[in-house]
Design a protein around this ligand. Structure first.
Ligand SMILES: Cc1cc2nc3c(=O)[nH]c(=O)nc-3n(C[C@H](O)[C@H](O)[C@H](O)COP(=O)(O)OP(=O)(O)OC[C@H]3O[C@@H](n4cnc5c(N)ncnc54)[C@H](O)[C@@H]3O)c2cc1C
Length: 428
């Protein structure tokens, strides 16, 4: 693979890294390189937080060994390049599941720690880092530290959500959660208007372990479907194999007309009120179509994910959705969810109590960036923040406003490490 193959999910055409190196094993030293270094997991971050244009990327997918698994306690030790998909393949047949999982299983453990990823159960379980028992951190000075909430706790807090900037996580120990079958019992409820969403969602959070809503971002009155879920004590048949978008079309397949038609059909499809499904279609619907990011064409796409605190959530979400609908931009991938008030373990963790809205936008250049400026103003006025894992354009001012613990974090950054994102938000 060439350096150009190490890209980010949004495919926005960033300049490649000058070089890509691998780690020769979890006990191997870091390669001696000129310039800066950045760990690279599986490139499922949307923007330049996983890229190091002009510097070196340290490819970590090769560190993919399981080290130990205790099927009685659910404690798993593995190398940091292990995919969540591989953990599920090992753990689910033995009655264990990931304590927190993002919307794709093609993510490494190191990447999940570095972005302190969240799932549909944030209201019940907090973020990924809350279930990390320990990890080893390798720094460019050759030092290795075991970090946990009790041991080197300051390094633990800096590295969870630390965007790969504090050093390389070589291996980690995770606490998995018990399940009694591979199926999830899902309850689907359509809603119209944000008041109905917030009322239904408050109920769903009391009764379901998982809750997330798809939202039609172009409808005049916001509408969507709330999907509550719980692990069931049954097994469901394995879903059929993955389909794949074979190549990048010359133009984005997502435009105003196709989006309106898709959203109307998706909202109107016969949603079963209750169904029991294999865990994959519930947690990872997008993984069923490999390389789906190609549908946005050669110019790529942005994701915009914000969180705003509870007091401002209703008004700010309404204002953002109105701005998006008026702009005629957006996509069918629009997600609305509440985060709970469990404090995230990382100094730069994205999740905080409030409502998170995540939408994909085809890259139309200036009009798209102009819309983001409008959304930024709403998020900032509401006391919210944007998610670096999804970001490709936030300003330094927006980052500083959203992450008040930035000054506590910066002393832990490895002097040899940097990313495109970091240079953008720190140096301009
Ligand atoms: C379809 C889809 C759905 C998603 N849904 C969600 C979601 O629901 N919730 C959510 O939170 N996120 C979600 N994401 C984002 C994704 O979970 C994160 O971007 C994740 O961090 C990607 O992990 P990765 O292994 O691909 O790492 P990369 O994207 O390659 O890297 C991510 C960061 O981790 C650092 N890193 C990687 N490995 C290591 C290591 N071993 N040591 C130190 N640092 C390291 C990198 O430097 C970088 O800063 C989604 C992404 C996609 C494509």
């Amino acid at each position: 693979m060439s350096a150009g193959d190490f890209t980010a999910w949004g495919r926005l055409g960033w300049p490649p890294a000058a070089a890509v190196r691998a780690l020769a094993g979890r006990r191997a030293p870091l390669p001696d390189v000129a310039g800066t270094l950045l760990p690279y997991g599986n490139g499922r971050s949307y923007g330049d937080s996983c890229l190091n244009p002009g510097g070196t990327l340290l490819a970590l997918r090769g560190l993919d060994r399981f080290i130990a698994f205790d099927a009685d306690t659910g404690i798993l030790a593995c190398e940091a390049g292990t995919l969540l998909a591989d953990i599920l393949d090992l753990a689910v047949p033995r009655g264990w599941f990931l304590p927190v999982t993002p919307g794709t299983r093609h993510v490494t453990v190191g990447g999940a720690i570095a972005n302190d990823v969240h799932g549909k159960n944030h209201h019940a379980a907090g973020a990924f880092g809350a279930h990390v028992l320990s990890f080893e951190l390798l720094r460019s000075d050759g030092s290795r530290r075991r970090c946990s909430p009790l041991e080197n706790a300051d390094w633990f807090a800096a590295t969870v959500g630390g965007l790969g900037l504090t050093g390389v996580v070589t291996q980690a120990e995770l606490q998995l959660k018990r399940i009694a079958g591979n199926a999830v019992a899902v309850r689907n409820t359509r809603f119209t208007g944000l008041d109905e969403f917030f009322a239904l969602n408050a109920e769903a959070e009391k009764t379901h372990e998982y809750a997330v809503a798809w939202i039609d971002c172009l409808a005049k009155t916001p509408r969507g479907v709330l999907m509550g879920g719980d692990h069931a004590d049954t097994d469901a048949p394995e879903p059929r194999g993955e389909k794949r978008v074979p190549l990048t079309p010359p133009l984005s397949l997502i435009n105003n007309a196709s989006l309106r038609a898709f959203n109307a059909a998706y909202y109107g499809k016969p949603w079963p009120t209750a169904q029991t499904v294999h865990y994959r279609p519930y947690f990872y619907p997008l993984d069923a179509i490999g390389c789906w990011n190609r549908i946005y064409g050669p110019r790529g796409f942005y994701q915009y994910q914000s969180v705003v605190p509870p007091a401002a959530a209703r008004a700010a979400t309404a204002e953002m959705l109105a701005a998006i609908a008026a702009s005629g931009q957006g996509s069918f991938l629009a997600v609305l969810k509440n985060f709970g008030d469990q404090p995230s373990p990382g100094l730069l963790s994205f999740p905080m109590a409030g409502t998170t809205l995540a939408l994909d936008f085809p890259n139309r250049g200036a009009p798209t960036l102009k819309l983001f400026e409008r959304l930024d103003a709403i998020v900032r006025a509401a006391g919210g923040r944007l998610y670096p894992a999804k970001d490709a354009r936030m300003s330094a001012a927006m980052f500083r406003a959203g992450y008040p613990r930035l000054a506590e974090f910066t002393p832990y950054v490895d002097p040899k490490f940097s990313s495109g994102f970091w240079r953008r938000v720190m140096e301009n």
